[in-house]
Design a protein. Structure first.
Length: 67
């Protein structure tokens, strides 16, 4: 499963951000690269069957503090 995740992300990284950089959209390229890195980290952790804490209690507490 880990190999599949790495191969899929390799293909995505080769095609998706490269077009932005080629068009001269540097800011969008860096945002896309950062989001892709975060997404890869989560996908890799899930494929390794690591426990990922849920952010929902933090979000619920933040919303309660706002209202």
């Amino acid at each position: 499963m880990v190999v599949i995740v790495i191969l899929v992300y390799a293909v995505v990284v080769l095609f998706d951000p490269y077009g932005l950089l080629k068009q001269g959209m540097k800011r969008e390229f860096w945002v896309c690269s950062a989001l892709c890195l975060v997404s890869f980290g989560i996908a890799f952790a899930l494929s390794m069957k690591w426990s990922i804490p849920s952010p929902s209690p933090l979000i619920v507490n933040l919303i309660k503090k706002l209202f």
